[in-house]
Design a protein around this ligand. Structure first.
Ligand SMILES: Nc1nc2c(ncn2[C@@H]2O[C@H](COP(=O)(O)OP(=O)(O)OP(=O)(O)O)[C@@H](O)[C@H]2O)c(=O)[nH]1
Ligand SMILES: [Mg+2]
Length: 308
């Protein structure tokens, strides 16, 4: 195969750029990223504040490459982790060529949407206002108008799209085409086959955290972090992955493990199933629960857990 990514010689000009996916928590940003790429790059869950770090997801055609940057939902931070999450949004906004602002069409804009809109109104970059969850919205047009009104006075290019990131592959592909059209002339930033900037360990740790967040209740989903410390491949192809669920106090440990270890087993099984689907390999997943006291407020622990 010829390498079209080269900008020298008679090869066609390439277009590529960075595109941030921003919005308040839980509107479907990560679901949209995964839908753009037809694979799972970022964790998604029914709980707000699932995404904690900016994650890059890469889409390449012969001549175009979009580096999507999924970001945490912008919110009022309550701890050092929350501050880090919002910083990830701000640094993404500063670095990208275009923005996808995702909103939830089931509801009119709230305070958090206004917070986002204030960041975006005067940003001199092309923006797509993406009304999501069209499949479950009763008054999508009305909601969209209200979100659009928050951008009144914006002078940079603004387009509006309504779709369902979860079950509308055609609309998602069309939006991706619209994004391709506005990319500047650039060489590719990543190899053509790359889907993400994460290591496989970071990716697997996020899948484990997603399953933990789905199963745990009350404050616990926000008090856990995950990491993968070892990943080995057996000769027959089995992937042996060893991970940790980190909690912030001793009392949480038993709550994550559950009676007779049931809950930890369920989290492990659900994560293993996902890992097997996306790796297309048999997986052995070993999980341990450890305590790092007050990690959400501890800069060193945050760094150690990949939030830096
Ligand atoms: N019905 C429906 N549900 C959706 C759609 N898109 C996302 N969801 C659901 O909305 C919830 C939140 O989705 P995420 O993709 O995790 O949202 P997010 O904006 O990345 O959330 P944070 O990372 O917490 O900011 C999940 O339960 C998704 O399954 C959609 O188009 N329709
Ligand atoms: Mg997310």
């Amino acid at each position: 195969m010829t390498d079209l990514s080269s900008t020298t010689g008679a090869t066609p000009q390439t277009h590529s750029g960075f595109v941030a996916i921003v919005g308040k928590p839980n509107v479907g940003k990560s679901t949209l990223l995964n839908a753009f790429l037809n694979t799972k790059v970022a964790p998604t869950s029914p709980r707000p504040q699932t995404t904690r770090r900016g994650v890059r997801g890469i889409f390449s055609s012969d001549t175009h490459q979009i580096v999507f940057v999924d970001t945490p939902g912008l919110h009022k931070p309550k701890d050092a982790l929350g501050k880090y999450m919002n910083q990830e949004v701000h640094s993404a906004l500063a670095d990208v060529d275009a923005i996808l602002w995702v909103v939830d069409l089931r509801h009119p804009p709230g305070e958090e949407d206004q917070l986002v809109a204030r960041q975006l109104r005067d940003l001199p970059k092309p923006l797509f206002l993406v009304g999501n969850k069209l499949d479950v919205s009763k008054y999508p047009e009305e909601a969209m108008k209200l979100y659009g009104a928050l951008l009144e006075g914006r002078t940079a290019d603004t387009q509006e799209v309504m779709l369902s990131a979860q079950n509308n592959t055609t609309a998602v592909a069309m939006l991706r085409e619209q994004v391709l059209d506005i990319l500047p002339e650039n060489p590719f930033f990543y190899p053509r086959g790359a889907a993400s900037d994460q290591t496989r360990e970071m990716w697997a740790a996020e899948i484990i955290r997603e399953e933990a967040m789905k199963k745990l209740r009350d404050e616990l989903p926000y008090a856990v972090a995950t990491r993968v410390n070892r990943w080995t491949e057996r000769e027959d192809g089995l992937q042996r992955i060893e991970g940790e669920i980190v909690v912030e106090k001793n009392a949480h440990k038993g709550m994550v493990i559950g009676a007779g270890g049931k809950q930890l087993r369920e989290i492990g099984q659900a994560a293993r199933k996902q890992l097997e689907v996306f790796l297309d390999r048999k997986v052995f997943l070993g999980l341990e629960v450890i305590v790092i006291n007050g990690w959400r407020e501890d800069p060193e622990a945050l760094r150690e857990l990949g939030y830096e």
